[in-house]
Every structure is written in structure tokens, then in C-alpha cells.
Design a protein around this ligand. Structure first.
Ligand code: NDP
Length: 242
């Protein structure tokens, strides 16, 4: 059982899907969590209720990671509420499926901005709050280094996270910060998976099924804890062996 009692954590995009499982796992392990999403509707409210039941000092905020001003506000919230941040999980991400010839610049910029540029604004804003031993975890994607049609923008953003992470790991190792990527394969979330797509993945994945959000949270828990104290600049694929 991983014990994160007393750890202060920030997770982006924590109200749904993989991010929600990450937030609940970290809080369940004893960490205090600030998370954010663009929406403050039912997903955010039900997460706040679940966190309250778990106990601890948790906050669900409205912030768009694509907006540098929102990231600065998130860091300011973390500073005033926690004073420091031991673990940062950059999970917020968007995807779209568009043939490359039709891909508008606005969509390229939206996806790169949300998935990749935000990793830069987030790390820069959080740096003053990160003590020695802090762990930064970027959620990438298995497909980043494989490629897939109609996702050039998405895979570029997620592959960019790997280079970003490796360089930051080298630059901040002397401050005893660790930064890694968790790269999920196909994961079952609230989003509908068409039957044909599901069957194709089940054939492609040696374990014969899609992954669960909690299985991504498991790798995040490992990287958040001292069990991974010598893991730095790494990409951990959690993909059933696809
Ligand atoms: P979901 O779309 O299910 O959830 C995304 C979460 O992030 C929501 O809470 C959403 O809330 C929030 N979010 C989205 N955009 C922003 C933004 N600009 N600012 C703040 N919060 C935001 O995504 P998944 O759980 O499927 O994916 C989570 C991460 O895992 C992503 O980075 C994704 O690329 C990656 N991944 C997912 C895979 C999968 O199979 N699901 C496979 C490989 C990688 P709101 O909409 O209210 O902002």
C-alpha cells in the first residue's frame, strides 16, 4: 500500500476519465489534492463530494490549462493553500480525429496548446513551489511514438511531452526534482467506444481488453511515491503490451 500522507498534489483535468481516477487514488493514499477542469458542472461537483467523503484538504477548481493566466492562478491557489507542491500531474488533454489535409491551424494550436504548451506553463509556474524530492508526471500516450492517421496534431503534442520531459529531467536533476511520462494505451473511460474499435483493440492488446483508468493511476501512484526515487526522465507505457 502506497502512503502519500502529507503530500501536496496538483492534478490538471481531474474531473473525468483518467484524471478523476488519478485524483481519487492520490487522495485515497492520503495526499491533499488540488485539481482543475474547464467545467464546473456535475462532474466537478460530484468529484468534490467524493473527495469530501474521503477526507483531507482537497479543492476542485475551474481553470483552463490552455490559458497561461489560469495556470498562474492554479499555482497561486497551490501556494496559498498548500505552501508547496510535492507532486504535479499534468493529465488534461484533448484529442480530435481530422484528416491532415483538412486540419485547421486553430485545431493544431488548440491541441498543442492544451496538451504540450500547458506542460511548459505549468512547470514554469509550479517550479518555485517544488521542494527537493518533488515528482512531476506528464500523461502522454502510447500512440505518440507509433503514430496513427488523422492524429498528427495529437501525436505531435504527446511526442513533444517526451522530449520536454527528458530535457527537464536533465535540467532539474540537480535540484532533486524528478519528471516522467506515463503513456496510456487505449483506456476505458466514460467516453463511448464504438464496438468495432473495441474489438480491434481487443485483438491488438495481448491482454485482450482495454485498460482501466485505475491502472493508469497505479503508475502515477508509483511515480508520486518514493518507490520510484531513482526513476527520472522515463516514459512508462501502460498499455497491456499493445
Ligand atoms: P477525458 O476527456 O475523459 O477527460 C479529460 C479531463 O481533462 C476532464 O476532466 C476535462 O474536463 C479536463 N480538461 C480537458 N481540457 C482541459 C483544459 N484545457 N483545461 C483543464 N482541464 C481540461 O480524457 P481521458 O481521461 O480520456 O484522458 C486523460 C489524459 O490521458 C489525456 O491527456 C489523454 O490524452 C491521455 N490519454 C488517454 C487515453 C484514453 O484511452 N482515454 C489514451 C492515451 C492517452 P473539462 O472538459 O471540464 O475541462
Amino acid at each position: 500500500m502506497i502512503d502519500l500522507n502529507g503530500k501536496k498534489v496538483v492534478v490538471t483535468g481531474g474531473t473525468r476519465g483518467i484524471g478523476r481516477a488519478i485524483v481519487l487514488s492520490l487522495a485515497g493514499a492520503g495526499a491533499d489534492v488540488i485539481t482543475c477542469a474547464r467545467g464546473d458542472g456535475e462532474a466537478a461537483q460530484s468529484l468534490a463530494r467524493e473527495l469530501k467523503e474521503l477526507g483531507g484538504d482537497h479543492h476542485v477548481l475551474k481553470a483552463d490549462v490552455g490559458e497561461p493566466e489560469d495556470i498562474r492562478r492554479l499555482a497561486e491557489e497551490a501556494r496559498t493553500r498548500f505552501g508547496r507542491v510535492d507532486v504535479v500531474v499534468h493529465n488534461a488533454g484533448v484529442i480530435s480525429h481530422i484528416p491532415f489535409e483538412e486540419l485547421p491551424l486553430e485545431e493544431w494550436n488548440r491541441v498543442l496548446g492544451t496538451n504540450l504548451t500547458s506542460a511548459y506553463t505549468l512547470l514554469q509556474s509550479m517550479l518555485p513551489l517544488l521542494p527537493e524530492g518533488a515528482s512531476v508526471i506528464n500523461i502522454g500516450s502510447r500512440v505518440a511514438t507509433i503514430g496513427i492517421p488523422m492524429r498528427a496534431h495529437y501525436t505531435a503534442s504527446k511526442a513533444g511531452l517526451i522530449g520536454f520531459t527528458r530535457s527537464a529531467a536533465k535540467e532539474f536533476g540537480s535540484r532533486r526534482l524528478r519528471i516522467n511520462v506515463v503513456a496510456p494505451g487505449p483506456i476505458e473511460t466514460e467516453a463511448d467506444v464504438p464496438a468495432a474499435v473495441r474489438e480491434r483493440y481487443e485483438r491488438m492488446i495481448p491482454l485482450g481488453r482495454l485498460g482501466r483508468s485505475e491502472e493508469i493511476a497505479g503508475a502515477v501512484l508509483f511515480l508520486a511515491s518514493d518507490l520510484s526515487s531513482f526513476v527520472n526522465g522515463e516514459t512508462i507505457h501502460v498499455d497491456g503490451g499493445i
